[in-house]
Design a protein around this ligand. Structure first.
Ligand SMILES: Cc1cc2nc3c(=O)[nH]c(=O)nc-3n(C[C@H](O)[C@H](O)[C@H](O)COP(=O)(O)OP(=O)(O)OC[C@H]3O[C@@H](n4cnc5c(N)ncnc54)[C@H](O)[C@@H]3O)c2cc1C
Length: 491
């Protein structure tokens, strides 16, 4: 008899764990509360528009390649990737836009033009970032973070200083570059990790390597193609994926979960992987005596931001937009303070607009534009229709002004999404969008642990545990959790 594994949640982490465990011979069932798999990366269609609901940046293509290669597959077996060039553009103000070329020489030329002499520093910066990427992505992220001893081998310890764990990415960048635009450009990628550049270790300039060297890619048809690929691989491996099965309870015998319970069914379990938000499973599903953290512990965590999103269908083509557009025309320090220090709805938010129809005609009807607008917000804010509408007007005014065209009157489809939806759809703690921030004190073994210390057969995966937020880390998280299970339980 094969051991029965129940995976809760079909996000990237849950699917990755399920695929790996089924591949190794366990009997795997995935229970997903929503009617569609993919978690935060779901997709919906409306009025002929196809909207990816969450991730839109396909970074670190090597992680996806390695994931599929483990099972003798290629990404090309499932989806077609396009490298974007320019990778994205940043609006610094009226008629002040910086497109980021994909080519390395063109990038050096851009740095030289903005800050004479800076291309030599860019070379140095990227060489260091390449080293961090190699060590970080080959060693660090694959460690479960059970304890400090995971990191105790000499090679890793001796590399800690070279990895610049103990200085911030912000000070690292500011030592090499003086121009504010270049600084903003280089600080932007760590925002994906959920904390400010001042609070993020310089290790994470590995994200700049991902951005500037490995490039920004797009799977034609949308990011949901990755989910479809993983579901197809899971099915090929024999994973039983059940939708509309919200886990409401677990039954324990001794210190083992032996049954996982949804509204209308009951599933036997030898091992459980919690791929749903860690806080939800730990604080809301597990009986009190089996919780390893307190509500105070969770309250003190630095959560990555939530977001206010707008999915917009526009009945004309727009000028001046690329696939990815960052609006950094306001003061980031103020916005960051209003996310992290004194959480409130922001006075002058920065925002991001994705227009995938610029690259992909399949995501919008002819002569239309598909827009996804994202405003990062503090988690835990009161989220009302009035606030959403106020911010819609605010960002659309800026978008119209900075791109010099009317847009609002051409919007034929509009859906908003924020804290309430993140809570309702994913049980997201404080309505977070991207999980737990990668601050120094929440990195590696300082994150909520992958293996429960109170329930012997319970493992966690996903963006609230190691290695952290983002699609590639969540994928890796599922694989690492599967690896931990294999070390302890035979199939
Ligand atoms: C708006 C937005 C934009 C983003 N942009 C990017 C980007 O451009 N690039 C990038 O790399 N990353 C991006 N991210 C981050 C990335 O999407 C996430 O880090 C990743 O998808 C998280 O995967 P996960 O498997 O940990 O969690 P999830 O995707 O949340 O999966 C958890 C699953 O568990 C299910 N679940 C919850 N409770 C239960 C229950 N009780 N019973 C059964 N099932 C349950 C949920 O429905 C969900 O399907 C973005 C995220 C958001 C929200």
């Amino acid at each position: 008899m094969k051991k029965k594994i129940i995976v809760i949640g079909s996000g990237f982490a849950g699917l990755a764990a399920a695929i790996d465990l089924a591949d190794k011979g366990y009997a795997v069932t995935v229970l997903e509360k929503n009617e569609q798999p993919g978690g935060r990366a779901r997709q919906f269609t409306a009025e002929g528009f196809v909207f990816d609901m969450g991730p839109s940046w396909y970074w670190m293509p090597d992680v996806f390649d390695q994931f599929f290669a483990r099972y003798g597959k290629k990404t090309g077996d499932y989806y077609e990737l396009t490298r974007l060039d320019p990778s994205y553009q940043i609006f610094f103000g009226q008629n002040d836009v910086m497109p980021l070329p994909a080519g390395r020489q063109e990038l050096s030329d851009l740095f030289e033009a903005v800050e004479p002499g800076s291309s030599a520093n860019l070379d140095r910066f990227l060489k260091e970032a390449a080293y961090k990427y190699r060590v970080g992505m080959n060693e660090f992220v694959h460690k479960p973070g059970n304890s400090i001893w995971d990191f105790a081998d000499l090679r890793v310890v001796s590399s800690l200083f070279r990895l610049q764990m103990f200085q911030s990415v912000s000070s690292h960048i500011r030592k090499l570059f003086k121009n504010e635009k270049l600084i903003k450009l280089l600080e932007f990628p760590v925002l994906f990790l959920g904390a400010t550049p001042e609070k993020t270790p310089a290790l994470y300039s590995l994200m700049n390597y991902a951005d500037l060297e490995l490039g920004t890619w797009y799977p034609m048809g949308g990011m949901y193609r990755i989910v479809e690929a993983m579901v197809s691989l899971a099915e090929e491996k024999g994973v039983n994926l059940l939708l509309n099965q919200e886990v409401e309870n677990v039954n324990l015998t001794g210190s083992n979960i032996d049954r996982v319970i949804t509204r209308n069914r009951d599933f036997e379990a030898d091992i459980v992987v919690a791929g749903a938000d860690y806080h939800h499973i730990e604080q809301q599903i597990l009986p009190y005596e089996y919780r390893q953290y307190t509500p105070e512990y969770w309250d003190k965590r630095t959560m990555a931001p939530s977001s206010l999103l707008f999915y917009l269908g526009v009945n004309k083509r727009l000028n001046g937009l690329l696939h990815h557009n960052l609006f950094f025309d306001e003061d980031f320090t103020l916005h960051a303070r209003e996310i992290y220090d004194t959480p409130k709805w922001p006075s002058k938010p920065l925002f991001y607009v994705c227009a995938p129809s610029v690259t992909d005609p399949a995501v919008a009807p002819g002569n239309c534009e598909n827009l996804f607008v994202l405003i990062p917000l503090a988690p835990g804010l009161e989220d009302t229709e009035e606030q959403r509408e106020k911010y819609f007007r605010l960002v659309m005014d800026r978008l119209e002004r900075l791109t010099g065209q009317d847009i609002v009157e051409s919007v034929i489809f509009k859906r908003s999404y924020a804290h309430r939806d993140f809570q309702q759809d994913y049980h997201a703690f404080k309505g977070n969008a991207y999980g737990l921030a990668n601050t120094l004190m929440q990195t590696a073994f300082l994150k909520p642990k992958m293996r429960s210390s109170k329930v012997d057969n319970l493992f966690y995966a996903g963006q609230l545990t190691t290695p952290g937020p983002g699609v590639p880390p969540s994928l890796i998280s599922g694989q690492v959790a599967a690896g931990e299970i294999k070390k302890i339980f035979s199939p």
